[in-house]
Write a protein that binds this ligand. Structure first.
Ligand code: GRF
Length: 205
């Protein structure tokens, strides 16, 4: 936060349960000092993340690419919504739609994503959700983790900001591994990354 109290207005994009959104909401006033969560956008009207936003008093809305007839229309509407809300930073927190290179270019170094593996392992198109942990278990890695990275036109291909390793334990299922990666890495890293990048933007870097 700057001395005059200025904070970066961020929007969190979600599709599902929203535990990473919850970690961000809970970090307000703690780890997160330089950003406010000004808006939550879901592409799924049934996402529980919307309830979390409501409970936290954060404005939330649904924009569905399917209902809008495709990605182009969706991104145009998303851009308009972000501008109307004077958003400066976008955080993808379990957001399952891939954004086009045109959109990510416009928001160069202004979109963050959390991925539940140590990129470049177990990432890229089609590698999301439980599939990431299934792939890690199938390969037999002993360490996995989470990565926060900037988003560019390549799925999970943008500059890496933060990573944290998490142990794979004997007997892990994709579900138990997913939970440990969330608890020990994702929910810590994402608020830290939002603070880091917001400080950077505020300092004009
Ligand atoms: C998380 O594992 C995140 O890394 C991935 O999707 C999952 C979303 O979980 N991109 P949630 O909706 O934040 O609970």
């Amino acid at each position: 936060m700057l001395k005059d109290g200025r904070k970066i207005r961020s929007a969190v994009l979600v599709s599902g349960g929203g535990t990473n959104l919850q970690a961000l909401l809970d970090a307000r006033g703690g780890v997160i000092q330089s950003a406010e969560i000004a808006l939550v956008v879901s592409n799924n009207p049934k996402a529980y993340a919307l309830e979390r936003a409501k409970a936290a008093g954060v404005p939330a809305l649904t924009l569905s690419a399917r209902e809008m007839g495709g990605r182009e229309a969706f991104e145009a509407e998303l851009q308009k919504t972000l501008e109307q809300n004077e958003i400066q930073l976008i955080v993808l927190a379990g957001f399952l739609t891939i954004l086009s290179p045109a959109f990510t270019q416009r928001w160069d170094h202004r979109i963050l994503n959390i991925h539940p593996a140590l990129i470049p392992a177990f990432c890229g198109k089609g590698c999301y959700g439980l599939r990431v942990h299934e792939a890690a278990l199938a390969r037999g890695v002993k360490l996995t983790g989470a990565t926060v990275h900037y988003v560019n036109g390549i799925p999970d291909g943008g500059e890496i900001l933060l990573q944290k390793a998490v142990e794979v334990l004997p007997g892990d299922s994709p579900e138990t591994l997913q939970r440990r990666v969330m608890e020990q890495a994702e929910w810590l890293l994402l608020p830290q990354a939002v603070e880091l990048v917001s400080q950077k933007i505020l300092s004009g870097a």
